[in-house]
Design a protein around this ligand. Sequence first.
Ligand code: FDA
Length: 503
Amino acid sequence: AYPNLEFVQCLESLNAAFDVSKILHTPGTSTYLPILHSSIQNLRFNSSTTPKPQIIITPLSESHVQSTIICSKKHGMQTRVRSGGHDYEGDSYISSTPFVLIDLVNFRKVDVNIKETTAWVQAGAILGEVYHSIAKQSKVHAFPAGVCPTIGVGGIISGGGQGTIMRKFGLAADNVIDAVIVNAEGQILDRKSMGEDLFWAIRGGGGASFGVILSWKIKLVEVPPVVTVFTVDRTLEQGATKLVHRWQEIADKFHEDLFVRILITSGNNTKGGKTVQAAFNSLFLGTTKDLLPLIQKSFPELGLKASDCSEMSWIETIGYFSSGLPKGAPIDALLNRARAKDFFKAKSDFVKTPIPEVGLEGLWKLYSQDNTGVIILDPYGAKMGSISITDTPFPHRGGTLYNIQYIINWSNHTASKVNIDWISDVYNYMTPYVSKSPRSSYLNYKDFDLGRNDVSGSYKNAISWGTKYFGPNFQRLAKVKATVDPHNFFRNKDANLVRFTSG
Ligand code: FDA
């Protein structure tokens, strides 16, 4: 009944004392579709025509991952690795050639060592599980990673990982001190045995090109017991254009404890017409009493009042930023892996020079159409600006004022074209205002419009899109790839990033 009997026999022979049917799911088994669909976030890649794996493996031990790699290689099957399934382009669970999906849903142990201020985190854990485990042991420790608690740590850390405390502590990838990976030979390597080049590559270069990351050792950071959040909304009629313009000049220079991002959406004004709304959405690592004079000095135009602010613990801010949960909401909600799903497309940019007001006004015009697009401006500077471009593959450091994410969501297949056209129009419009030569993007906001492997998987082809994500670090990533996976086992002919031969 198995579509690839030889693969299964290989798996059985390498796991002789174990009943492999416990971890093996094929189109004929009742567990196959529920597991496949469980963590797909982007419904664009959950249709009857989306290519599906011949086999899904849900490993329970490291040896299950090793044997899956060895048997896939032996029987000419590709592998895909999925942790949280949040990939923007379905990269973790799609391939047009026969493939085995390794789903790390059972690899989610989080071991926090508060004394050492570290934690070992298995790759299939979601951020909510990591944050929750830290908070269970300490109110003054945290981990700087993403805003949404359902993201898998396998994907987010290997692609960078930005969030509300990155200005003080950097990316998630900047706070990794060890890792365990299974390579293309099926060997288990830690930082020492994989060497510094591979350890460098998987902290921002995307894990999927290099192996299967089993776990990370992360460094926890210290936060105050009480922090402050606020969200201040301003429409065009309330001076949003001038405020956004001013924010660009100062947000990367704010005190490192202060993070103020902007979410731009379309809305209705008081007269029932269309307007644009800028939500200034902030986390301050301190009390309201300390925040108010700081904002008064650095951003008085915002008109922040004490009544706009809420004090809470760092762990409560996760719910506040991801779903607007108020102070005191139960933190066990962070353990919930289910999330409302929809169709979406995103793109990203980095800005090095403030966009003039006239440029912003042109952008607002694109918002007068009927759509649900959001633009998120995430400020850099402070620690983000002080880390060298070459420290990790993530090159968007000093000189970058902020990151832009354009994202549009919709609810059915038939609406895909109009929404994707809209986001392309916005992206084209922004060309003169954002980073150039190359126009750069953030790997975790993956965008296949930028390019992807051709059939040859050649370096020459890959460099055209690779430098957009990695700048000058792309060359080193290619060299690491050629060394650790010379036969290009972790690849995809038609759809993946940094999966290329170095020739
Ligand atoms: P998924 O399992 O789909 O994997 C993503 C990629 O990593 C794939 O190429 C996959 O093969 C590879 N991979 C996964 N696990 C691996 C492993 N163990 N070994 C090797 N390769 C592995 N980003 C951010 O920086 N800050 C944020 O706040 C947010 N917020 C956010 C919200 C929502 C709703 C979504 C959908 C996404 C984000 N992101 C984000 C983007 C997110 O960081 C990005 O999509 C990550 O790659 C997702 O990681 P997952 O493990 O969930 O994805």
